[in-house]
Design a protein around this ligand. Sequence first.
Ligand SMILES: [Fe+2]
Length: 332
Amino acid sequence: MRKEMYPIRSQLKSKRIRFEKPQNTISWAFMKELRENNKTRKIYEVNPYVEVYLFQENLYGLFTENCDGMGDVWMYLIIGPEKAMLIDTGFGLGDLKGLVDELTGGKEVIVVNTHDHFDHAYGNCRFDKVYCHEYLAPYLANQHEHMWDYLFDAWGENIWLQFDKEDLPAFKPYEITGVPDGYTWDLGDGYEVELIHTGGHAAGHAAYLDKRNRILFTGDNICSDVSGCGAVGKPRANGPHAECTLLTYYRDRVKFLVDRLDEYDYIFPSHFMINLESHLMEDVLETVEKILSDPESCDYKTETYGKERDSADVRYFKYIKGFSVIGYTYDK
Ligand SMILES: [Fe+2]
C-alpha cells in the first residue's frame, strides 16, 4: 500500500494535489511541527505562495510548495548592512521580487543559485541579474518560456499542485554571471558570503557560506529526505562539466568542507530539515567514502521503469549515520 503524506495545515494559496513519491517520515514530522507552530511564520499579501520564517535576526527562510510532485522548497534571504542576498528563486510562483523588496526595505539584492533545477532557478526571470558558479551558467541559459508547461496536463489542469497559472512569471531573459569557486560577495561592512563549488547533485552546484552567521547553505546535496549527490561509474548528467556529478568529485569537495568546519556551525539545506549541526559533514564524508569503496554494498535499492524502457532504473541507497540516506546510481 502506498504511504500517504497527509497535508500539513497551511494558509498558502497553493494546495497539494499529489506527491510523486512518499517522503521521509521524520522530515515530515519536523516540517509539520515547524510549519504549523513556528511563531515567526508569516505570509505576506504580495506573495501568497510563500511562508516567511525568521531564523536569525537577518536571515529569512522562504518556504514554498514544490509545483511538481517532489519535495517542497526553501529559499533564503540574508539581509546585510548594505545589500541583501537571495539564495535560489523556486519556481517563481507569485511575486517573489515584490516579497523580497518588502522584506529588505528596497535594498539592492544579489540573487544567486545553488543549481539550475526547476524548483530552485525558475524564478530567476523575476530578477534582472543572477550569479552562479561558472559551470552552471550554460544550464541557466537554456531556460525558456515553455519550461513550466510540464506542470499541466493535456487539458491545462495542474497535475501536482493547485495554483493559478497566471501567478507564474512571464519568461524574460536575464543576465547570468558565472563566477569561480571561492568568489566572495560583501553585503556591507565586511559581511562576506562565499560561493563554494560542490558539484554532486548538479554539475555546477554550489554551496554558500555566510561567514557572519556561520551558516553553510548546501542546496540539494544534503537532504533529510534523500541526498542525491552523485553517481558512481558514469556521470548522471550530460552537458558541460558533467563529470562534476560523480561521487568522487563530490567526495573531494565534502573533504574541503570538513576541513573548513571551524567556519560554520549550522547547515541549511534547500529541502526539509534545516538548522542541522555542522559536524554532519563528517558523517556525510564517511558515507561517501564507504559507497566509493564498495558501491554494491548499499542498504537498499529501488527499481523504477520508464515509459519506453524494458530494463529497470536501479537506485542505490546508503545511510548517513544518524541522518538520512544518500541515493546514487551505479554504472559498472
Ligand atoms: Fe531540489
